[in-house]
Design a protein around this ligand. Sequence first.
Ligand code: PMP
Length: 326
Amino acid sequence: MVAKTGSGLKLEATQAFMRDKLVDFPDAQVHIASSPVMYGLAIYTVLMARYDEKQKRLLVFRMPEHWTRLQQSAQIMDFQDFLTAWDYSRFETTIEQLLQANPAEQDVLIRVTVFVDELLAGTRMRGLRNSLCMFVYPYTPLLNPEGAHLCVSSWQRTADAAIPARAKVNGSYVNSSLMKNEALINGYDDAISLDERGHVCESSAANIFMVREGRLMTPDNASSLLEGITRRSVIEVAEKLGIPVEARSTDRSELYVADEIFLCGSTARLTPVLSVDRRPVGNGEAGPVTAQLRSAMDAITLGHNNDFSNWITPHPSLRPASTKLQ
Ligand code: PMP
C-alpha cells in the first residue's frame, strides 16, 4: 500500500514499518506495559534524506554508517536478538520499502528504533525479544539555520559509567530534555553540556565544533558525546578542504574565546552558534569557516560532489529493476 501524501508528506497519512511489516502510521503502537515505555529500553538513529529535484529522488545520507552506529548501540545495550536477526542488507531493504510506500518530494528524516519488545519484563535486557520500527517524516531544522544562542547547561552530561552517550539510547534523552528545557525557560535556543570534569561534550542534540585561528576543533570521542555521523563527515570534509582539524578535550572558557562555533547533526545540519552565555562568538555572526563547511556539506548531501558520492544511497536506487522490491 502506498501512503496518500498529497503535496507534502503528512505524518498521520504515512505508512510506518512496525515489527515485520508496513502498517498505517496510527497503528504503529507499543503497549503501556512495554519496556520502552516503562524504562526507555530502546535505541535509535535518525537518517536524513535530501530531495534531488532534478532527478526526482531521495538521497539518503551515510546509510551504512547509521547501521554501524545502531549496531554499536545494540552491542552496548546487549540487544542480542536484534544483532542476530538483522544485518545491513535487511536494514537497507526495509528503508527502501518504507520510502517506496511513502513517496516524498521534499527533504525527509527517517527514524529507526529498536526496542525491547516485552511486557512487564523489568529492567533486564539479556535474552529478550527486540523489534525494529521506523517511520519517515518531513525535515524541519532543529534550530534556526541562521544561527543559535546557546548557554552552558547546569545539567551535567551523563558519564560513560552512568549512561554512555556513545549509545543512542532513547531513555538517555532525558538528559538532553532537561538541558533543552532549562535553556528554553532561560531564553536560549539550546544548551551545551559539560562532563563531570568540566569538559565540553556537545549540545542537547548535536555535536559541536569551534574554530580558532583557522583551525577546527571538536571534543574527542572520550568526551561523553554521541559519535555523530555528521561530525565525522565534517572532519573528513575539512581535511579534504585543507582545514586543520583536531579532536581533543576542551573547556567552557574556550567557548568564550573561539572565533567561530557551530553545531552539526542530521537535524541541525550545520548551525552557526552566535552567542554562548550571552557572549557573542567572534563578531556575533556566522563565520567564514562555518560558511565554507556548510556549503560543502550542502553540496555533498544534495549529490553535487562526486568525491563524496559514496556517502549517498539514492532512492529509487540505480540498481537494475530485477533487484528492486516488488
Ligand atoms: N549528539 C546528540 C546528543 C544527538 O542527539 C545527535 C543527533 N542524532 C547528534 C549528536 C548528531 O548526530 P548525527 O550527526 O549522527 O545526527
